[in-house]
Design a protein around this ligand. Structure first.
Ligand code: 4NP
Length: 158
């Protein structure tokens, strides 16, 4: 069976998309399904390439049992559009930047991550970088809801 390949994308790849990568991986591992997935995250910007996640993101995730400390930021690459099945943007700006650089045939793979969150009025994961701890808590609430919805959709599909 071919793997489902998922790329989570934000601006810097040090706050939201690392939390999304870690959360989704954690869910998949709890089910014992890690062999069925390729999961990664990337940023549309390059300022933080090679850096670990923001310490606030790492601490917030760890309080919920999710260890993202081993991740390292990278920028979205051209090959990602062909390789990944789902390219999930945290906000509208990430979505439009991805759409602008993606070859046309791969654009349908680019979606807003919160499309998968059930019963959620918000459509974007707000950028928590310039705010306080509560922004990270809220971003992780949204990411956890969307991760559950995404896994449920993939289960239903297969
Ligand atoms: P992220 O947050 O996109 O969730 O990783 C940001 C991280 C860094 C910057 C902006 C947003 N920055 O401007 O450096």
């Amino acid at each position: 069976m071919s793997k489902t390949k998922i790329l989570f994308v934000c601006l810097g790849n040090i706050c939201r998309s690392p939390m999304a990568e870690g959360t989704f991986r954690h869910l998949v591992e709890q089910q014992g399904w890690q062999h069925l997935f390729e999961i990664d995250s990337a940023g549309t910007g390059a300022w933080h390439v090679g850096n670990p996640p923001d310490s606030r993101a790492t601490a917030t995730a760890l309080l919920r049992g999710i260890d993202i400390s081993g991740q390292s930021a990278r920028k979205v690459r051209h090959q990602d559009f062909e390789f990944y099945d789902y390219i999930l943007a945290m906000d509208e700006e990430n979505h439009s930047n991805l759409t602008r650089i993606a070859p046309e045939q791969y654009r349908p793979k680019i979606r807003l991550f919160l499309e998968f969150a059930q019963d959620q009025a918000e459509t974007e994961v707000p950028d928590p970088y310039y705010g306080g701890e509560s922004g990270f808590e809220h971003a992780l609430d949204l990411v956890q809801a969307a991760s559950r919805g995404l896994l449920a959709e993939i289960e239903d599909r297969d």
